[in-house]
Design a protein around this ligand. Structure first.
Ligand code: NDP
Ligand SMILES: Nc1nc2c(c(=O)[nH]1)N=C([C@H](O)[C@@H](O)CO)CN2
Length: 237
């Protein structure tokens, strides 16, 4: 059983993996969630992280993951909700309707289910503990091409504010809103160029700015209910 662990969802790749690497390097015990196995998962295991698997569309899978965490962890320093799906809304309504379930489950129901199950471990932390939800600047100002995704991120953002009200002062709850952090492999060069032309600072950030924002939130004793854009100014254009 370990104390004051940091639990990161979607830790098997990209931003989530960068977060797990950083907090391990800072000396924190880390629990990393993954949906699919990856080379990065094995690297985290080799560094001593506890890796847990779950499909966030399946509430039983999530419940089993939470039970596994409770059996191996005496307290949590933080939960960072990073896991997410990202697809355009299908043009065909019949294909779009299942996306509502997918995004609702991954972005709203599962973060709520995890927080609710693991609040006792957050309260058992030796100091004030944290929940960080990673949403999107699109939660405030949606891109209609991704309307269902955006609405689910807005729902997560609103849930975050309820958790902040419910859990203070022992647990802080904050939101990070990324902008163009890491494109997908399916983004065309033209699409990337268009996005960055609308981004004041003009470059694809990489995961480090999100790591910096998460670390700053955990270190700041006087932020809860905060919503922090990390977007190169994209939300202003
Ligand atoms: N990348 C960007 O430019 C931006 C990112 N964001 C947000 O930042 C966060 C990190 O972004 P990024 O690293 O690109 O995220 P990814 O798109 O790479 O997804 C993160 C993880 O979510 C997990 N995931 C997807 N579906 C499921 C599922 N059904 N059950 C469990 N886990 C699942 C995946 O796990 P696995 O790999 O194990 O399958 C994946 O590694 C996300 O919340 C994203 O919405 C917001 C705006 C911009
Ligand atoms: N889960 C994800 N959410 C988002 C991603 C991503 O890769 N995974 N990417 C974006 C876009 O790249 C956007 O930031 C650039 O237009 C948004 N959300």
């Amino acid at each position: 059983m370990q104390d004051d662990m940091i639990f990161i969802t979607g830790a098997g790749r990209r931003v989530g993996y960068a977060l797990a690497e950083y907090f391990l390097t800072q000396g924190h015990p880390v629990i990393g969630h993954h949906h699919r196995e990856s080379v990065e998962c094995e690297k985290l295991r080799q560094r001593g992280a506890l890796m847990v698997q779950a499909n966030f569309e399946d509430e039983d899978s999530v419940q089993q993951m939470c039970a596994q965490i409770e059996s191996q962890c005496r307290s949590l320093r933080a939960i960072i909700h990073n896991a997410s799906a990202f697809t355009k809304t299908h043009a065909d309504a019949e294909q779009a309707l299942p996306q509502f379930d997918q995004f609702y489950r991954i972005h709203m129901r599962t973060p709520w289910q995890i927080n609710t199950a693991l609040i006792p471990l957050l309260r058992a932390c030796s100091r004030v503990s944290d929940i960080v939800h990673i949403t999107d600047i699109y939660a405030d100002n949606p891109n209609p091409v991704y309307d269902v995704y955006c609405a689910s991120k807005a729902g997560l953002q609103n849930l975050s504010l309820s958790f902040a009200k419910q859990l203070a002062p022992k647990i802080k709850v904050n939101v990070i809103q990324p902008g163009p952090i890491l494109f997908k492999e399916w983004h065309s060069e033209a699409a990337k160029k268009a996005v960055l032309s609308e981004t004041l600072l003009g470059f694809e950030a990489g995961p480090e700015p999100i790591v910096k924002a998460a670390s700053a939130l955990l270190d700041n004793p006087y932020q809860t209910g905060a919503i922090i854009p990390v977007d190169g100014g994209r939300r202003l254009t």
